[in-house]
Design a protein around this ligand. Structure first.
Ligand SMILES: Nc1ncnc2c1ncn2[C@@H]1O[C@H](COP(=O)(O)OP(=O)(O)O)[C@@H](O)[C@H]1O
Ligand SMILES: O=P(O)(O)O[C@H]1O[C@H](CO)[C@@H](O[C@H]2O[C@H](CO)[C@@H](O)[C@H](O)[C@H]2O)[C@H](O)[C@H]1O
Length: 466
């Protein structure tokens, strides 16, 4: 273990946060992973601070969990909230070398860091090495605790992933990838829980966690990061789909393989974790939750409002089936499945990643058993997204063929053909499209027309879901 890791001490000083406060207020809301977009940050409180490299050297390094205070959402019924907790890895230098310019947070004027430059330390190889070393050695530093399931080679060279993400990732020597969660919550994190459960089932479709890091804060444990094997040379399904679309190529063979992979993962999850039967009461709760999400979304995004009555009919049809006595099985699912969560190895093998669920939903809700059709609906929406985003005119026939092939593959992989459940499928696709409208309005307003086009179709035509 490196000297720096063993010498780490808990800092915990309010002065540290006070000196960072004005810089973080400006920097944090600009980050893609910042969850509280649209509301100002009015202050911060420190949850934990651990000094990973001492300030007296050329490079200081702090691991911080900070709570960002924001006024409550203006949505009717929104409850006051203590503020989201974010994980920050803060590097401190006298001056920033030009290669680290994109990582700049700012120059500190007051407090213990006065006169120094602070920056997003993951971009810097040395801090990234410190984190890997902690994981490799199962270190405990202040409240930080690392655990590992397998050996990790020393000396792997880090590089930060620069793609747009909800979290932040570092690749180590093309052998491992570490995801550091940005908005962290106390409790079980499905992105660790489910891949661990799948590893116990020897499911080869999901990279098994190699090591992970947790913070103990009082009675609570926050999962901070997960290291897993890196699929070398992989292309994600989104990139691949757009590439094939641009060339006018058929994607149905891949869509079918993706359907098989999804069904295999669902099968393994059903073996690993409890399944339940959704009878009338639970189905009513499911339908009510969908309807409530639609109402909240319509409040937040005015463009959705004219379509709300049409969309509600999808939920009413499901409620009618429940009233007639239909039941569905529910189990743990991926929760936010889309083409970008599917990796194709150079040998043509598909893996699924990112089991965090929809980041904006409460953790308890994300960990609930759900009908598998929810994941299927996510993928079907994704083919539609691709067909509307490839640059050329929308390609509805390409999307329809992929959607059908995916359902065929799902049945071949041991699942029930999702098309035998059209009412549930339409309700789930509607719920997903509504989620996407809110997601895009918040994070990528230019993309809003994509889910809105689907909303128009789903509201007007009950048969439009696959
Ligand atoms: N095991 C892996 N092997 C190769 N690349 C990966 C792996 N896991 C993630 N990635 C890459 O990192 C990106 C971000 O990972 P993801 O888990 O989706 O993070 P986020 O939750 O931030 O969206 C993915 O789109 C993928 O390109
Ligand atoms: O991958 P994340 O966990 O960060 O998921 C979030 O971001 C996704 C976009 O990156 C978003 O997915 C939506 O856009 C995709 C194209 O970029 C498309 O393939 C998906 O079907 C669509 O839902 C996802 O919803 C969000 O949770």
């Amino acid at each position: 273990m490196s000297q720096a890791v063993t010498r780490s001490v808990t800092a915990g000083s309010a002065g540290l946060l006070a000196s960072l406060d004005p810089l973080l207020r400006e920097w944090l809301p600009r980050q893609r992973w910042f969850a509280g977009k649209g509301r100002p940050v009015t202050g911060f409180s420190l949850v934990t601070a651990v000094e990973l490299l001492p300030l007296d050297g050329r490079l200081g390094l702090y691991h911080l969990l900070v709570r960002a205070h924001q006024p409550p959402s203006p949505a009717p019924g929104a409850v006051p909230h203590p503020g989201d907790c974010y994980q920050l890895l803060i590097g401190v230098r006298e001056a920033l070398p030009p290669r680290l310019a994109p990582a700049l947070i700012g120059h500190v004027h007051d407090g213990p860091l006065a006169g120094r430059t602070v920056y997003e330390a993951l971009y810097d190889p040395r801090p990234a090495e410190v984190i890997l070393e902690a994981l490799r050695t199962g270190a405990r530093i202040g409240g930080l605790r690392c655990e590992r399931r397998a050996e990790i080679r020393a000396g792997l060279v880090p590089r930060v992933v620069t793609a747009e993400q909800s979290n932040s990732s570092v690749v180590y020597g093309d052998a491992f990838i570490l995801k550091l969660f940005r908005r962290v919550l106390p409790g079980v994190n499905p992105d660790l829980e489910l891949p661990l459960a799948l590893a116990r089932e020897d499911c080869p479709r999901v990279p098994a966690p190699t090591a992970w890091m947790t913070a103990d804060v009082g009675e609570d444990a926050y999962v901070l990061g997960v290291l897993q094997p890196f699929v070398r040379g992989a292309t994600d399904g989104w990139e691949l789909a757009l590439r094939e679309l641009a060339k006018g190529e058929d994607f149905t063979a891949e869509a079918r393989a993706l359907g098989r992979a999804t069904a295999e993962v669902h099968g393994a999850l059903a073996r690993a974790l409890p399944t339940v039967s959704l009878a009338r009461l639970q189905l009513t709760a499911l339908v009510d939750a969908m309807a409530e999400r639609l109402e909240e979304a319509a409040q937040a995004v005015p463009a959705l409002r004219p379509h709300a009555p049409g969309l509600h009919t999808a939920y009413e049809a499901l409620a009618d089936l429940a009233a007639e006595g239909h039941t569905w099985t529910a189990q743990r699912i991926h929760g936010d499945l889309h083409l970008g969560q599917c990796l194709r190895s150079p040998a043509g093998r598909w893996s699924l990643i990112d089991f965090e669920g929809e980041p904006a939903r409460p953790l308890a809700e994300r960990r609930m058993a759900q009908p598998v059709v929810r994941d299927v609906a996510g993928m079907l929406r994704s083919f539609d997204y691709a067909a509307h985003s490839a640059g050329g005119p929308p390609a509805p026939r390409w999307a329809a063929a992929c959607r059908a092939a995916y359902c065929t593959g799902y049945a071949e992989g041991g699942g029930r053909d999702p098309r035998t459940d059209p009412v549930l499928l339409r309700a789930c696709e509607t719920d997903k499209a509504v989620y996407e409208v809110v997601y895009e309005a918040r994070h990528r307003p230019d993309w809003l027309p994509v889910p809105l086009a689907a909303v128009r179709r789903l509201a007007a035509d009950p048969g439009s879901a696959a």
